[in-house]
Ligand binder design. Structure first.
Ligand code: HEC
Ligand code: HEC
Ligand code: HEC
Ligand code: HEC
Ligand code: HEC
Ligand code: HEC
Ligand code: HEC
Ligand code: HEC
Length: 329
């Protein structure tokens, strides 16, 4: 091979590699936690406002750095692009359930039961792309759930507290509060101290599962070993399922759809949770397991687990959000 031809090959290689290099200076990457296209798309903005992704991109040559989604994007095709990368300055739909459905991604999230966080207490409809986007405007889909990236940003009314979320709790409370609700998602209290609008006060000042610390010194004390500890802040989604449950008030119906810190050998069974007429025992017993057995502490609550002081009765007289007497929630 003459040196001229060799130089030619090297030049040719450089020409084909250079455009790829440009990616490093652009906006989209997992490293930045940012997938949405910006008006600079194409390097100089020439590709902004264009719906037809397949005109310039080949599925084979993209996503070498994104192993979690590489294959599923190739399989489902070009109708997925705007879901993750945004509408590129067009009116193109952003689809989610095209991939996130019980057939393709059965556990991410678990979505088979009928009661969902559909932004209405009255109705109950299956979640669709519109609802997904309200809560997950720009997830990075790296297979790890990070509240500050994977949950939509809603501003906090106090500038000093308008910071990235440190937990999912902060996300929920940006809407579920009385005085600074988000435009378009206003809620009315249905009764005094309704958790719909009083949850920020409850979680700040009353709820043992909230910012208050439990004592761990009570008559029925005890948590399942290797799981939660006294002093922990619980996520709202430890007890409430956003994506589907058969229980009222969006109470979890299986431990693997919430209760994220539960020891995997119990969480992944999963323990099933059925709530009837205010009997929350099967929920509570997923995490609580009293050390010194008294009252009904030794008896099976009906889902295989025992360890709470009552079951088969209405717990709400003593355990609801925002309760200052008894021990509340
Ligand atoms: C007219 C051609 C063209 C069209 C149409 C086009 N792109 Fe691009 N896109 C480019 C070019 C050129 C780049 C620059 C990087 C490169 O060379 O791959 C790019 C880069 C990207 C990047 C990386 C951007 C960054 O800032 O890091 C993403 C993601 C992307 N395109 C997605 C899409 C999606 C989704 C669509 C359809 C909505 C689309 N593109 C349509 C030409 C196009
Ligand atoms: C499930 C989410 C998801 C979907 C759907 C998706 N992408 Fe991506 N895309 C990513 C991620 C994550 C990255 C960043 C990878 C990295 O850090 O380099 C990326 C990066 C890119 C890049 C720039 C870097 C590279 O890998 O070439 C282009 C171009 C791109 N995507 C085009 C597309 C096109 C075209 C489609 C539709 C066929 C599409 N993407 C669909 C998640 C997605
Ligand atoms: C009311 C807000 C809300 C809505 C609506 C919502 N999510 Fe979520 N999603 C969350 C929260 C909070 C988490 C983290 C806690 C958890 O896993 O439940 C989450 C977690 C996830 C996860 C990762 C955890 C897992 O179980 O794998 C995926 C994937 C997901 N959501 C997809 C979706 C899709 C798809 C939709 C629409 C069909 C949707 N979400 C609708 C709030 C929401
Ligand atoms: C963007 C605002 C918004 C966010 C964020 C939000 N919610 Fe809601 N939530 C609502 C609205 C609106 C309703 C319906 C109120 C009504 O119908 O009066 C609702 C209803 C509920 C209900 C009652 C549902 C029922 O069917 O009984 C629960 C429980 C709930 N939300 C918990 C949560 C949790 C937990 C989070 C965080 C993971 C969260 N919400 C995040 C706006 C929001
Ligand atoms: C091409 C298929 C595809 C499309 C389209 C898609 N996703 Fe995903 N998404 C995935 C995969 C795969 C994962 C990783 C799941 C896992 O953990 O196994 C994921 C993960 C997630 C997560 C969990 C957080 C994380 O960083 O992993 C959320 C939240 C999520 N997607 C929301 C959405 C929303 C909202 C849309 C629509 C705007 C959407 N997805 C569109 C494939 C897709
Ligand atoms: C997902 C796990 C989980 C579930 C489900 C759960 N708890 Fe708890 N509970 C905890 C943790 C962790 C603490 C300690 C919190 C702290 O110290 O800040 C706690 C603390 C408490 C306390 C205060 C104990 C003390 O020492 O001060 C009471 C009372 C309580 N829970 C009652 C309940 C009731 C009633 C239910 C069912 C409606 C329930 N819990 C469901 C994990 C859970
Ligand atoms: C330890 C489990 C647990 C945790 C953690 C938890 N909840 Fe609840 N939540 C319940 C139970 C049980 C009920 C039903 C009892 C009642 O009426 O107060 C309930 C009721 C609600 C309701 C009323 C629903 C309706 O339709 O009437 C809302 C809204 C709510 N919770 C929001 C939240 C938010 C927001 C968070 C986090 C800031 C949260 N919850 C944390 C267990 C929990
Ligand atoms: C008449 C009031 C009352 C009713 C009804 C009631 N509880 Fe309790 N519960 C309490 C009191 C009081 C405590 C705290 C005892 C203490 O401070 O020593 C408690 C504590 C608990 C704890 C926390 C254990 C810990 O970690 O300290 C759990 C779990 C619990 N109850 C579950 C239930 C369940 C499940 C029901 C309904 C089936 C229920 N309770 C009904 C009064 C009640």
């Amino acid at each position: 091979m003459s040196s001229n031809i060799r130089t030619g090959i090297v030049l040719l290689l450089m020409l084909t590699v250079l455009p790829l290099k440009a990616v490093e200076t652009l906006d989209v990457s997992l490293e930045k936690g940012q997938l949405l296209l910006t008006p600079r798309h194409g390097g100089d903005g020439s590709a902004w406002g264009n719906e037809n992704c397949s005109a310039c991109h080949f599925s084979r040559s993209i996503h070498s750095e994104a192993p979690v989604i590489r294959n599923i994007v190739r399989e489902v095709g070009f109708s997925t692009c705007t879901g993750c990368h945004g509408s590129n300055g067009t009116e193109a739909e952003r689809k989610c359930t095209i991939c996130h459905n019980p057939q393709r991604l059965p556990t991410a999230p678990i979505m088979t039961a009928p009661e969902t966080h559909d932004f209405s207490v009255k109705e109950s409809v299956p979640l669709n792309d519109r609802e997904c986007l309200i809560c997950h405007h720009s997830s990075d889909m790296d297979g790890v759930f990070e509240p500050d990236i994977d949950l939509s940003y809603f501003p906090h009314a106090q500038p000093a507290l308008d910071l990235p979320y440190r937990s999912g709790v902060e996300f929920c409370l940006r809407c579920h509060n009385k005085n600074d609700q988000q435009p378009g998602y206003e809620m009315q209290a249905r009764f005094p101290r309704d958790p719909l609008v009083d949850m920020d006060v409850n979680y700040q000042h009353y709820d043992v599962h909230g910012y208050q610390r439990g004592s761990g010194q009570r008559t029925y004390t005890g948590l399942r070993s290797g799981s939660y500890q006294y002093g922990d802040l619980l996520e709202c989604t430890d007890c409430h399922a956003m994506h589907g449950t058969h229980n009222p008030k969006l109470i979890l119906d299986r431990t693997d759809a919430g209760a994220t810190k539960l020891a995997p050998e119990i969480r992944n069974l999963p323990v099933l949770i059925n709530v009837v007429d205010g009997d929350y025992s099967q929920l509570c017993v997923s995490c609580h397991d009293m050390n010194t057995l008294v009252e009904q502490g030794a008896e099976n609550t009906g889902n295989g687990l025992s360890g709470v002081h009552q079951f088969g009765t209405d717990c709400r007289q003593c355990h609801v959000h925002g309760m200052a007497v008894q021990t509340g929630l």
